[in-house]
Design a protein around this ligand. Structure first.
Ligand SMILES: *Cc1c(COP(=O)(O)O)cnc(C)c1O
Length: 407
């Protein structure tokens, strides 16, 4: 087959072809390598493989050809069109994990030690917040939570504390808060601080954090990258290739957060349609937000595409579209929230996000039921708040379902 003489011009072509088209047995799609271990022809070959001179596989906790296809695709998506400091195409390495939480654990554990301090912000994913305060906290790693949209407060925090790492999640739950990646990274780099970004809500199609000089990006691939809700997964991506191949790889292998071949295959297939799905998710979301913001039963809509959202300008600056996630506040509190959810006929009642169909949840009666009311209200999770992951259904049907459930 002739080598490709032209560069790919868009994310869809990258998602479809980045991992190459030549698979074993001329299979069109990448095979699922359901094998825990791999064989050696000779002891000599085994030795060379362990020494890293022979790059073939050894054991699936350390790597598997089914993971590699997904990893190459994600690295290509996150680096698409970007340059490194020398002006060469940016090189990234991705490591697939069993879940977003596993990828995040590798990221924090390989970069932080007892006595270190990290800074992050309000409205983090629940698992991230708990990992910081429980797992990292119990291991002597201190987390400072601030409002990172206030850059003066961030600068002050960096002056007063010896900070090792800044973690950003943007856009973030449930208010769809956005943090300015470029501005935070600039401040961090002036202080020699590592910057990590949770890019789950945006995907590399809507937002490429490496453009602004961040060090690590991770995703829960469970969400929009997989796109169909068929598998839990996560990925850690880094630009320090040596670190990714040595420490990050080692920590991921020792903590045991490896992916599995079937889920990696589902992810690879899901990512092929990333661009067309995201375009439809996002155009539907804009129309849903406009509809809801005019509805008399709705007190407030949190969507960055609406000029009334406090982070509208930040989102516009760093994202291609405003994304598929929103939340809205029903007039009438807890009871009206429950009633609305119960009346939905097509849209699905479920937590999680990023599936092709529309998912709605009511945090006060579901994900945050066990959180004391005062505490959850402090995080913006009010009684009548509904979270919505807008799907790719025909827009009229989504609006009809919302309209009848609100009546
Ligand atoms: C789901 C999610 C995670 C955790 O990922 P899992 O795949 O559930 O382990 C982390 N961050 C964000 C923003 C998420 O939505």
């Amino acid at each position: 087959m002739a080598e490709q003489s032209f560069e790919l011009t868009g994310i869809s072509s990258v998602a479809l072809h980045a991992a190459g088209n030549g698979h074993a047995e001329y299979a069109h799609l990448p095979p699922i390598y359901a094998s825990s271990t791999f064989t050696f022809d000779t002891a000599q070959q085994g030795m060379e493989r362990f020494a890293g001179k022979d790059k073939e596989n050894i054991y699936s906790r350390w790597g598997n050809p089914s993971f590699k296809v997904a990893e190459q695709t994600i690295a290509a998506l996150e680096s698409f069109g970007l340059k490194d400091e020398q002006g060469n195409p940016l090189q990234l390495k991705a490591l697939l994990h069993a879940s977003g939480q596993a990828a995040m654990s590798t990221m924090f554990m390989s970069n932080l030690q007892t006595g270190d301090t990290l800074v992050s912000h309000f409205s983090l994913y629940g698992g991230t917040y708990e990992l910081m305060h429980k797992v990292l906290g119990e291991n002597g790693i201190h987390t400072i939570i601030i409002d990172m949209r206030d850059l003066n407060l961030l600068e002050d925090t960096l002056k007063k504390n010896k900070v090792k790492l800044i973690h950003i999640e943007t856009p973030a739950n449930p208010t769809i808060q956005c943090v300015d990646i470029a501005a935070v990274t600039k401040l961090a780099k002036a202080h020699g601080i590592i910057v990590t970004v949770d890019n789950t809500f945006a995907t590399p199609y809507l937002q490429q954090p490496f453009k602004y000089g961040v060090d690590f990006v991770f995703h829960s691939t469970t969400k929009f990258l997989n796109g169909h809700g068929t598998a839990i997964g996560g990925v850690l991506i880094g630009k320090d290739i040596e670190f990714m191949k040595t420490k990050a790889w080692k920590w991921h292998a020792l903590l045991g957060g490896n992916a599995n071949p079937f889920d990696a295959f589902l992810l690879t297939i899901g990512m092929k349609t990333l661009e067309v799905r995201m375009d439809r998710h996002c155009s539907n979301a804009v129309q849903v937000a406009e509809f809801l913001s005019k509805h008399k039963q709705i007190a407030h809509v949190n969507y960055t595409g609406l000029p009334s959202h406090p982070d509208h300008a930040t989102a516009q600056k760093q994202m291609r579209h405003f994304g598929p996630m929103m939340s809205f506040e029903l007039k009438g509190g807890l009871e009206s929230g429950k009633k609305f959810i119960d009346k939905l006929q097509m849209c699905v009642r479920a937590v999680s996000l990023g599936t092709a169909d529309t998912l709605l949840s009511h945090p006060a009666s579901m994900t945050h039921y066990s959180v004391p009311r005062e505490e959850r209200i402090r995080f913006g999770i009010t009684d009548g708040l509904i979270r919505m992951s807008v799907g790719i259904e025909n827009i009229a049907d989504i609006l009809n379902d919302l309209d009848q459930a609100l009546s």
